[in-house]
Design a binder for this molecule. Structure first.
Ligand code: TRP
Ligand code: ZN
Length: 883
């Protein structure tokens, strides 16, 4: 069959072209007869013309891909071959009825051949589905769009021995034996849903069981399904699920709505997890955890992803999206909700720091390069390319800003209103904003610009203090740099939380009339001035507290002011931020010195500030670890912005790490030993924080002295009793060119080889060594029997780590890193275009490189673009990157 998704010039879908569907589907009865090479799907659709669309009653076009049509009936009668047309992408009935009708479609598909992992596929012998965004059309012909909501009943039939477990959406209705050693199960989901939330799973799975009683007393069965033998790794996921369910009741008044909630862990998955109604499917790396296999970071990821998918039940499923341009309506909001969950059950400051780091390392570079797009894009070629940091992370920041603007009380009321008003609907951003307005009584029309305008605003703040009159003038200016397709930008409404910090803490601040000044400045114009009164001493400005707006900030603070804030800001987030800004400025200067061949210097004032942080017992160990962690090489590259010299950045950062490690050596050693966590492993935040501080100390000590650092790491590696300590030791060794490195990696492999998730860790760590030899090692590992282009986790571990976390080797001056990634993309695209397109994004900052590397990178991106029959996923990304 012709492969319709690999066309020469793929079409563009535009928001302005949105039209409601001319036909609706009320109920679906889906009958799947599973077989590895030929699964038969019978679909019975109860349809009718959409009364909201006047001109309906013409032709009816259903989406379908990689399907074989076996039969087609309209109201019970077989359709004549002239009555319809089938192409690689569609099934069109030339004349559809203008009254309700029943369409019955029989098709087949090939789960075994499905390496794209979209639609129905097999992973390790388990049948599973992934329908978001447009995978359902690879299971049957359908109106594959999120605004067509139907009630689904699913009958699944398979061989009893091959597929003892048969799972579907909703509640189980019936099961029993069928002919030829088969059996079946029938599932019914009473909640109308778009087809992207459909799921089914079948295979030989083990199950861990639990129960949950909702606030109103409803009893819900909870089940986690995993490969047999992995039942002992489900405890943390189950615990996280129950805490998520309780939290959504308490924080948002949202209860679960079916009799059963299931999670299935599969090993081959394109993303993290998927919120299918009542049947979430997860990448098993975000479910499975045992102290000897998972790190603190894994535990934290599992907790927040379980929460994220669970929270989608209301924000995404009960209220879904009208069209895919509204993706941030469910994703930004659900990320915001999972962030709040983590904040409430862990440390708010540490969580905020982690989220801001993510925003800076992922979203800011996206917003500053060729792939920049608004949180609500206005066009796409392939929607899978828009599951981005901008839609997810910046999308969450927009919800957070709205809460700042209307206040927590009104925000909660607005969410209640949203759930009440739009339950059962496919909604838009405008409708969401309207709820915020109606509940708060505040007009928010101008806020929509945040959704439609790409790019990170730059806000410049200057202050002038007048001692005699005790007034402070604060001036803020905003500009947003142009982004592709948006040459000029309008001012945004930016909530900027601030305080004036005096020698004894935050100063009370008043307006001219003596009333207290607001804690949040609302910057709405290109330039604005505020006058603050009764400022009794020259203050230091603490601005954008808690990162109240996702902006770049240029505030005229001196180095001394920054060091002061590092030690004294009452906003813990801004203490961290002051340190980051100081370090970034210093590292940029050191990088420049290296490029210009000047000598490097040391900065005792900075290391003294870090010493105070390290020794400050009032700060949690987790926060101290954050304070002692320097900005990444990627952060520095995006700070510098042009003519990037990755080696110079690396050396500058190494120089500063080594200096800090040397000057704080005794304190770091003490901290390293004092914060050892005795007793059996527990993933709680306090224990994890101690381990994080230890890991941070180890990193700095190793930077100062590779030989003794390697010894210390090796000792930790040998003695470790949990994966967190094993991994932090190995991660340190992996970046040191020392004999202990290969010895540890070899030992680790002996342990890892029976466990795919540990093999991923092993692959990832070999890709991050900042030396030229890493290139050959990655090439060799691509031929390792455990590596496979059909397994996204392996590809991401090895190639993703190499391209995203190892700027030195990826940007090797020979250009071989770019050749490696290009080779991989060309080989991967025919197998799994979604993952290929995502990895291609690692080329996005190529124009910021120094001229030689720029030319080398361009050649490789062009080589990819010239590849044969590229997927539209990859065409869109490389085309946009080169445009
Ligand atoms: N909706 C999922 C989430 O964020 C994302 C997702 C999972 C996805 N699998 C996918 C998106 C495959 C596109 C393709 O929770
Ligand atoms: Zn999501």
């Amino acid at each position: 069959m012709e492969d319709a998704t690999r066309t020469e010039t793929p079409p563009t879908t535009r928001l302005v072209d949105y039209r409601p569907s001319a036909y609706l589907i009320d109920t679906v009865f889906l009958d799947l007869r599973l077989a590895p090479r030929e699964t038969i799907v019978r679909s019975r659709l109860e349809m009718r013309p959409n009364p909201a669309v006047p001109a309906s009653g013409a032709s009816l076009t259903l989406d379908g891909e990689a399907l074989t049509l076996r039969s087609l009936h309209l109201d019970g009668a077989a359709l004549d071959a002239h009555a319809y047309t089938v192409t690689g992408e569609h099934l069109t009935l030339h004349q559809a009825p203008v009254r309700p009708f029943v369409l019955e479609i029989e098709t087949s598909c090939d789960p075994e051949a499905n390496t794209e992992l979209s639609g129905l596929y097999r992973s390790n012998g388990i049948y599973c589905t992934q329908c978001e965004a447009e995978g359902f059309r690879r299971i049957t012909y359908y109106l594959d769009r999120p605004d067509v909501l139907a009630v689904f009943t699913t009958r699944i039939e398979g061989a009893r021995d091959e597929t003892p477990i048969l799972l579907g959406n909703g509640n189980p209705k019936e099961s029993g034996r069928a002919a030829n050693g088969h059996h079946f199960a029938i599932w019914h989901d009473p909640f109308p849903k778009p087809c992207y939330l459909f799921a089914m799973v079948a295979g030989d799975l083990a199950c861990v069981d639990d129960r949950f009683t909702t606030a109103s007393g409803r009893d819900v069965a909870l089940r986690i399904y995993v490969e047999p033998g992995k039942e002992d790794r489900c405890g943390w996921a189950m615990d996280s699920l129950k805490r998520s369910m309780r939290w959504d009741e308490e924080a948002f008044g949202r209860e679960y709505d079916l009799d059963i909630f299931m999670i299935v862990a599969v090993s081959d998955f394109n993303m993290g997890a998927m919120e299918n109604k009542g049947l979430n499917v997860f990448n098993d790396k975000y479910v499975l955890a045992r102290p000897d296999t998972a790190t603190d970071a894994d535990y934290a990821n599992i907790e927040s992803i379980i929460a994220h998918e669970y929270f989608h039940n209301w924000t995404g499923n009960r209220i879904t999206c009208r069209d895919w341009f509204q993706l941030c309506l469910k994703e930004g909001l659900t990320v915001f909700r999972d962030q709040e969950f983590t904040t409430d059950i862990r440390s708010g400051t540490v969580k905020r720091i982690a989220d801001v780091r993510l925003l800076r390392t992922q979203q800011f570079p996206e917003d500053a390069g060729p792939l920049a797009h608004p949180v609500r894009p206005e066009k796409y070629i392939e929607i899978n390319n828009f599951y981005t940091a901008t839609v997810y992370e910046k999308g969450a920041e927009l919800v957070r800003m709205m809460r700042s603007l209307i206040g927590r009380r009104a925000f909660r009321a607005a969410m209640d209103l949203y759930f009440e008003r739009h339950d059962g609907e496919a909604a838009t951003i405008e409708q969401f904003l309207r709820c915020m307005e109606d509940a708060s009584g505040r007009e928010l029309g101008s806020f929509l610009r945040w959704y439609n305008q790409a790019g990170t605003p730059l806000v410049t703040v200057t202050t002038a203090y007048d001692a005699p009159s005790q007034t402070l003038e604060l001036r803020a200016e905003q500009t947003t740099p142009p982004t592709p397709g948006q040459p000029s930008k309008a001012p945004l409404i930016i909530p900027i939380a601030f305080a004036l910090v005096g020698s004894k803490g935050d100063l009370p601040v008043t307006n001219a009339d003596g009333t207290p000044a607001p804690e949040i400045l609302e910057l709405t114009q290109a330039s604005q001035v505020w006058r603050l009164h009764e400022v009794t001493e020259r203050p230091v400005l603490s601005i954008n507290r808690g990162f109240s707006a996702p902006i770049r900030l240029n505030a005229s603070l001196s180095d001394a002011d920054r060091l002061f804030l590092m030690g004294h800001d009452s906003d813990a987030f801004n203490r961290w931020e002051a340190g980051q800004i100081y370090a970034k400025a210093l590292l940029v200067k050191l990088t420049r010195a290296l490029v210009e061949g000047r000598r490097l210097w040391e900065d005792p004032a900075y290391s003294e500030a870090l010493r105070s942080s390290l020794l400050d017992d009032r700060l949690s160990p987790a926060l101290r670890a954050e304070l002692l962690t320097l900005p990444t090489e990627g952060d520095l590259a995006s700070e510098i912005g042009t003519s990037i010299e990755p080696d110079a950045i690396h050396l500058a950062r190494r120089h500063l790490s080594a200096y800090i490690g040397r000057s704080l050596r005794d304190e770091l050693r003490q901290a390293y030993h004092r914060h050892a966590v005795p007793g059996p492993y527990s993933p709680d935040p306090a224990s994890a924080g101690n381990r994080a501080l230890r890991a941070c100390a180890l990193t700095l000590l190793a930077a100062a002295d590779a030989a003794s650092g390697a010894q210390l790491a090796w000792a930790q590696f040998a003695a470790a009793e949990n994966m967190t300590e094993t991994f932090s030791a190995l991660a340190t060794l992996a970046r040191l060119d020392r004999p202990e490195r290969d010895a540890a990696l070899e030992q680790f492999y002996e342990r890892a080889k029976s466990d795919p998730l540990l093999v991923d860790k092993w692959l990832a760590l070999q890709a991050v060594g900042p030396f030229p030899s890493t290139l050959d090692r990655v090439r060799t590992l691509m031929g390792h029997p455990e590596f496979s282009l059909k397994k996204p986790n392996k590809v991401r571990a090895l190639i993703g780590s190499f391209a995203a976390l190892n700027p030195v080797a990826f940007n090797d001056r020979s250009g071989r890193g770019y050749v490696l990634l290009a080779d991989l993309l060309l080989a991967l695209d025919p197998v799994n275009p979604q993952v290929a397109a995502r990895l291609a994004g690692n080329f996005k900052s190529w124009r910021m490189l120094e001229p030689n590397r720029q030319a080398l990178a361009r050649r490789q991106i062009e080589r990819v673009r010239a590849g044969d029959s590229l997927s539209r996923d990859l065409v869109e990304i490389v085309g946009t990157i080169l445009a």
